[in-house]
Ligand binder design. Structure first.
Ligand SMILES: C[S@@+](CC[C@H](N)C(=O)[O-])C[C@H]1O[C@@H](n2cnc3c(N)ncnc32)[C@H](O)[C@@H]1O
Length: 392
């Protein structure tokens, strides 16, 4: 059996099980006689927590304006926003209220920042935005749209955590003769508060080899665009969800389920420095207690003590002695053990005791073909998708 094409998948996501409605004066209407929610299958993985509650994930596609999502989505109910807004003066989506056709870059940026101000109302304080934006050539010059968005976002109270480079492993031919073809776009990661939800460990396991995989994403374009001009690859959405969308949240207080982890003594053997560190440790007979001492003291021994604390806020004398010895024999390779691989030890739910754990919620305010809805549903999350235009 061949895999369904994007058009076939679209036919599924455009089914009446999705809510179709308007943003504005009234709530979206549920198609008569049809359930508002659809059941989704969840991918299993050893590192995933067990399903938390019997409440199924929902997917809602809403006809409406991205600048007014707060009129239909409950306040502070969204865990993650992943979206690709229209790029400045790139494509005409044929709707009077569309974003992207502003006369100047400054007006475009202000329109987008205005929309994001509305998203603040629905995004939880632990939430994130992953905004896929590209630059535009105007009068032969790059306009610098991504940088302008970042600067304006910071001025509007957002915290910019990463400018991820989406390096395209394939691309359309370009007619330009005196400049290089454009082969990258940006994914800007923005948050409201410093203590946002983030699962670097889960992401590293999926997309790296256990250590921090870095801010360049090599992702090819997906060929089957189902007639839509600008869908983004599903991997962009999957990476964002893996990084910054909790598996489940408390239905009462909204707190995300958090992964608990501990460091092991295992290093990334693909790195020559790590291999040398392991060799030195072996030669000098360093044991698990030395590795634990290294990890407890960190590189500077300042403010790192946790389970090895002796009650005074610093590491015990024995831990300091072990770490000192290890540092002496390992030299500069000492620090390799401070980023040894981590393993999941459990999952921590909130302590309010008044709710149950329910699927977390993803929003795409410029949902287009519904890539975000498909990926969110496949991974077991609830999702809202908004667009001025119905699904093609
Ligand atoms: C770049 S496309 C999104 C593509 C999408 N990521 C996908 O994978 O199919 C931008 C979408 O924004 C929609 N759009 C433009 N202005 C809008 C607005 N003010 N509110 C909601 N949607 C809008 C367009 O109709 C278009 O579908």
């Amino acid at each position: 059996m061949t895999a369904p094409t994007r058009r076939q998948k679209e036919a599924i996501t455009a089914s009446p099980l999705y809510i179709q409605g308007d943003i504005g004066l009234h709530q979206p209407k549920v198609s008569e006689g049809k359930p508002a929610v659809r059941l989704v299958s969840v991918e299993a993985s050893v590192d995933m927590p067990p399903p938390a509650s019997s409440q199924p994930a929902f997917v809602q596609r809403i006809l409406g304006d991205a600048t007014r999502v707060s009129s239909v989505i409950p306040a502070k109910s969204v865990d993650l926003i992943v979206t690709s807004p229209p790029y400045w003066q790139k494509r005409d989506y044929g709707h009077a209220d569309q974003l992207g056709q502003e006369a100047t870059p400054a007006e475009y940026v202000q329109a987008l920042i205005g929309a994001m101000r509305d998203w603040k109302k629905v995004l939880k304080n632990t939430g994130s935005i992953f905004l896929n934006v590209g630059d535009t050539y105007h009068k032969r010059s790059l306009v610098g749209i991504p940088g302008r968005i970042e600067a304006a976002a910071v001025d509007d109270g957002w915290i910019v955590r990463n400018r991820i480079i989406w390096a395209k492993t394939s691309g359309m031919p370009e007619p330009a003769k005196n400049r290089l073809a454009s082969r990258h776009e940006y994914i800007i990661h923005l948050v409201l508060k410093p203590n946002y939800y983030y699962d670097l460990h889960g992401y590293s396991q999926k997309y790296g080899n256990g250590s921090n995989p870095g801010d360049i994403w090599y992702v090819g374009l997906e060929r089957d665009t189902g007639g839509h001009l600008a869908p983004f690859p599903s991997e962009i959405v999957e990476r964002a969800i893996t990084l910054a969308c909790p598996y489940s949240v408390c239905s009462h207080c909204g707190t995300p389920l958090e992964r608990e982890w501990k460091r092991t003594a295992e290093l990334d053997e693909s790195r020559p420095q790590a291999r040398r560190a392991m060799q030195l440790a072996l030669e000098h007979g360093l044991g698990p207690e030395h590795i634990a001492a290294i990890q407890a003291t960190g590189i500077t021994d300042a403010g790192k003590a946790k389970s090895y604390q002796n009650g005074t806020g610093r590491n015990s004398e024995e831990v300091q002695r072990l770490a000192k010895h290890a540092k002496k024999v390992l030299g500069g390779y000492f620090r390799e053990f401070t980023f040894a691989k981590r393993v999941t030890t459990g999952w921590k739910a909130c302590a309010c005791g008044q709710g149950e754990m329910v699927p977390s919620v993803v929003l795409d305010p410029f949902v287009g073909t519904g890539t975000t809805l498909d990926v969110a549903a496949r991974l077991g999350h609830s999702a809202y998708g908004i667009d001025l235009n119905p699904a093609v």
